[in-house]
Design a protein around this ligand. Structure first.
Ligand code: ZN
Ligand code: ZN
Length: 395
């Protein structure tokens, strides 16, 4: 009867707490790397409880915790890749989030416009909710996303009211809008759909992420539309309509940087040239974020993984710490991703655990078939996410 019922209830509560106690993980012998929190390969322990960072400090001992010894490896905040295509379907070339996420050393991905307002529900229910990897979406301004080609060649594909509805419904998932500014996408419409996308993004107070490719529209026109917090991806492509031409960064880029426009790498099948990146960097044009634009057709080569893309930037002279910042703190800040991108008490217990190889041999290829052999590179071992340690899979 009542008393018994009460006792059973209490017993259940205790059982629940016991289960909770098991969700404590103490990570030892790691070297923390997170410049924003003053960790520069700093030897401290991390205690994670129920997926959240509980404590960071020296010699932590916590009863009832599972101890993981990472044996001198480097621990960074979980890597974030802000340009992927992880809405798999027959016609989008997307791949499942975990294939490019947790299995490759990445704890969070942002899908860059594979889904539009008509397909976002399917994406959320059937893919995002079933993934271990955290997935956010940049909603394509075209209703069907990338399920149709030349998605902005018809202005009727942009439905402002429905975009608004989708955003309100999936506030926690949609972090911005995406539009592709390429001749093959916009056809006769030129800059018009991009301008419309910017108008909608401004009204909804979210960033607009623009893919830049072949003209029309001209890149100068595209940049002119972008303001603080908007992002141009594929920033180191070597196309005629690119941001770096004949050894110089076009002046419109410098103006855009002053306004607070951000630039993202978005490697992709044909959008990253090592030579262009080298010139851009020498001229002081530094991408804010490192991302892959990974999908089924470039997952083997030339992109492979976020790690590979990071390694190309290390080859070009960026420090490991700088690269880490551009796949953790910077992307989290760009999209206001709550609790991500830093090693801080109260933040998500998402970690990427890796080693630095100093005298190795790693062959890497860019999007225009330039091949390099890197001697110094990172090699990811694990991610830790939602209280689980996951080993990185090699290709
Ligand atoms: Zn693109
Ligand atoms: Zn893309």
């Amino acid at each position: 009867d009542d008393e018994v019922g009460k006792k059973n209830y209490c017993f259940k509560m205790i059982q629940k707490q016991e289960v909770k106690l098991k969700m404590k993980t103490l990570i030892k012998n790691g070297r923390l790397l997170d410049g924003k929190n003053n960790f520069h390969m700093t030897r401290v322990d991390i205690l994670i409880e129920d997926g959240i960072i509980k404590r960071i400090g020296e010699n932590i001992n916590e009863e009832g915790s599972e101890v993981i010894d990472v044996k001198d490896s480097i621990i960074a905040p979980g890597f974030i890749d802000i340009h992927v295509h992880c809405y798999p379907s027959e016609d989008t070339n997307g791949v499942f989030p975990d294939e490019i996420g947790v299995k490759k050393g990445v704890t969070t991905v942002v899908d860059a416009g594979t889904a539009g307002e008509e397909t976002i529900e399917d994406f959320v229910e059937n893919i995002i909710k079933k993934s271990k990897t955290r997935v956010y979406s940049l909603l394509n301004i075209s209703s069907m996303g990338l399920k149709i080609k030349s998605e902005l060649s018809d202005m009727k594909n942009i439905d402002k009211e429905k975009i608004k509805e989708a955003l309100n419904k999936y506030l926690e998932i949609i972090v911005g809008l995406k539009a592709r500014a390429s001749a093959s996408v916009v056809k006769e419409n030129g800059i018009k759909p991009i301008a419309e996308g910017k108008k909608i993004a401004s009204e909804l107070e979210v960033p607009l992420v623009v893919h830049i490719g072949n003209a029309p529209p001209k890149i100068e026109e595209v940049l002119e539309l972008l303001g603080k917090g908007d992002i141009a991806t594929h920033c180191y492509n070597n196309k005629v309509n690119g941001l770096v031409r004949e050894g110089k960064v076009i002046p419109e880029v410098r103006e855009a940087i002053k306004r607070g426009v951000l630039f993202d790498i978005g490697h992709g099948s044909e959008s990253f040239s090592l030579d262009t990146a080298e010139v851009g960097i020498k001229e002081g044009f530094e991408a804010n974020t490192i991302s892959t634009d990974i999908y089924s057709k470039n997952i083997i080569t030339p992109v492979g993984s976020l790690e590979n893309t990071i390694n190309k930037m290390i080859y070009l002279g960026w420090s490991v710490e700088k690269c880490v910042e551009k796949v953790t703190y910077e992307p989290a800040r760009a999209f206001k991703l709550k609790g991500l991108g830093e090693l801080k008490e109260g933040y998500m217990g998402d970690l990427t655990i890796f080693d630095i190889v100093e005298n190795g041999k790693l062959e890497l290829k860019d999007s225009v078939n330039k091949v390099i052999t890197a001697e110094k590179y990172i090699k990811t071992k694990y991610v830790f996410i939602k209280d689980e340690l996951i080993k990185k899979e090699d290709i």
